[in-house]
Design a protein around this ligand. Structure first.
Ligand code: 13P
Ligand code: SF4
Length: 367
């Protein structure tokens, strides 16, 4: 459903993005040696300012293990002309010591359109790396672990979306970015947790298919007059939180602020004081007064990453880790830079329709 302008503007880019690279990324960029990972005095000195950023989360005794990776990743990313994009759920040593850009899914997608470097290393999950590739068909996009998936993304296929369209003719399809390029290619427009209501409201239809996250869709349905149809996908991390569990915390301390991600069940969102994307949660936490207690109902690495920005706020973080996000580690990021792996590619026929769905979201004007 591309407009004439979109089709014309994208034709040139699509041509360039169409041909799969004949050579591997390592062949194109050339080899470099795996560096010696000894914790030398020089490395200790060079990484001391970075350790300052994470000293509340990484014991001093552990730093000699991380420091050589941090040092060599920062050196090699310059040699390789690479930029590191990291999601808010990455571990503190990745988030604070080696990444160039951090953010939620929407911020990372927007930033991906602005980078100058030739190589993008995506520290996040596979759908995020695919989004970067869709927006940068000419650049080399690497993910340190190809198996870093997402339960939402895996819950639906392109064929499922085609069946949904057959069952609901004429109903526009809004797809969460937590999906594969194959699913995005069947979509009218993408959304993230930070703009989903705005995206739904922008469509000229009283009924909207909002897929694949059932809970996100149900949470949106409470904020719009439109009829929202959905799918049975769930985030395996956020579906674990229950309202009863949160009410127990509130009973123990009535002043506690509960902030939740909209991938949580609607009954969880109901008891939260604030619900928003990971970036929205960070902003909300930063706005609390020193001495406030904030219960973070999301992936628990995020609290460690934002403690510095939300000074004086005490975070309570019932620990639910995303096993996919946690596949990304410093050793794997270093291997990405040394061996130029793992390269993210998208089938040529999916490039154009999937990219348009993402670009329509990015180009949507703020309210
Ligand atoms: P955000 O867009 O809010 O960062 O969410 C991404 C995600 O995967 C949450 O589980
Ligand atoms: Fe997917 Fe949930 Fe992990 Fe986010 S936290 S990447 S939605 S499984």
């Amino acid at each position: 459903m591309a407009t004439a302008t979109e089709t014309a503007a994208s034709a040139v880019r699509h041509e360039a993005g169409k041909s799969a690279p004949a050579k591997s990324a390592l062949e194109r960029f050339g080899p470099v040696d795996m560096p010696d990972l000894t914790f030398t005095r020089a490395i200790e000195k060079a990484t001391a300012p970075l350790y300052e950023r994470v000293k509340h989360h990484i014991p001093e005794i552990e730093w000699p293990v991380h420091a050589p990776y941090v040092y060599w990743i920062n050196r090699l990313k310059k040699e390789r002309d690479a930029v590191i994009l990291a999601h808010n759920y990455q571990t503190p040593e990745i988030y604070h010591c080696i990444s160039d850009i951090t953010g939620d899914s929407l911020q990372l997608a927007r930033e991906a359109t602005l980078v100058d470097e030739e190589v993008i290393i995506q520290c996040g999950v596979h759908f995020m790396a695919e989004t970067s590739k869709l927006l940068n068909p000419h650049k080399t996009v690497l993910i340190p672990d190809m198996k870093a998936g997402c339960s939402l993304s895996e819950s639906i296929t392109g064929a499922d979306v085609r069946l949904l369209r057959e069952a609901h003719p004429g109903v526009p399809v809004v797809t969460y970015v937590n999906t594969s390029a194959e699913v995005k290619a069947e979509t009218d427009i993408c959304c993230t947790s930070s703009n989903v209501v705005r995206v739904v409201e922008s469509l000229d239809s009283d009924t909207v298919l909002c897929i694949p996250d059932e809970y996100l869709a149900r949470n949106v349905a409470r904020q719009t007059k439109k009829k929202i149809l959905t799918w049975k996908g769930h985030c395996e991390v956020h579906e674990r939180f229950t309202a009863d569990e949160l009410l127990e915390y509130r009973k123990a301390d009535p002043a506690i602020q509960i902030i939740a991600h909209p991938e949580c069940h609607p009954s969880v969102v109901e008891v939260a004081d604030y619900t928003g994307s990971t970036a929205g949660m960070i902003e909300y936490a930063k706005g609390r007064q020193a001495g406030s207690k904030v219960l973070l109902v999301t992936e628990c690495s995020m609290a460690s990453n934002i403690e510095k920005e939300a000074r004086g706020v005490e975070f309570i973080k019932p620990c639910n880790l995303c096993p996919h996000m946690k596949r990304i580690t410093l050793p794997k990021i270093l291997e990405s830079l040394v061996y130029m792996k793992e390269e993210v590619t998208i089938e040529p026929h999916l490039m154009e329709p999937a990219r348009l769905a993402v670009e329509r979201m990015i180009n949507l004007k703020p309210n």
